[in-house]
Design a protein around this ligand. Sequence first.
Ligand SMILES: [Zn+2]
Ligand SMILES: [Zn+2]
Length: 177
Amino acid sequence: MFNLCYNKGMENTKICVKCGYELLLEEFYIISDGRIRSWCRTCMSKAAMKSAKKILKKRRKFKVCIECGKELLKYSNRFCKLHYIHSATRYVIGRRCQKFTLKLIEKFDKNNICPYTGETLILGLNTHLDHILPRSRYPDLATSIDNLEWVSAVANHAKGTMTKKEFLSKYKITYIG
Ligand SMILES: [Zn+2]
Ligand SMILES: [Zn+2]
């Protein structure tokens, strides 16, 4: 067991009780009451990663959401409804998406019919989140909640970089079941 260890009068190092290396104090997290953690940052993040992996393994085994451990969405082998939408949002509009997740669930629950094909949208099965005005042409609206809409995967692929108006004027999609 090591204690705080100052290197020949230099009061800026400490030995990590986990890896045993003597490291600069800045390599350690400080607890809110001012004390310094006994494990270095590297050891702490390694340990956190290890335990996260363990939880993940357990959740995969028991077939529950890998983010929260709740019941899986019927057509997802990884996420509950909340985290499925969370992950779709992150994929479509980027990391700073958390604030949109609940609004997007609300949007989905209000209307789960594709505006183009009339299909019933089922999360994890046939549903994509689409930019009404495509983000390649309207980058300013890329992260606007009002510019996002749930559509069927088929429609999303066909629409490509068209706006909703352009797409509606050019295509007539017939649902053939
Ligand atoms: Zn360490
Ligand atoms: Zn979840």
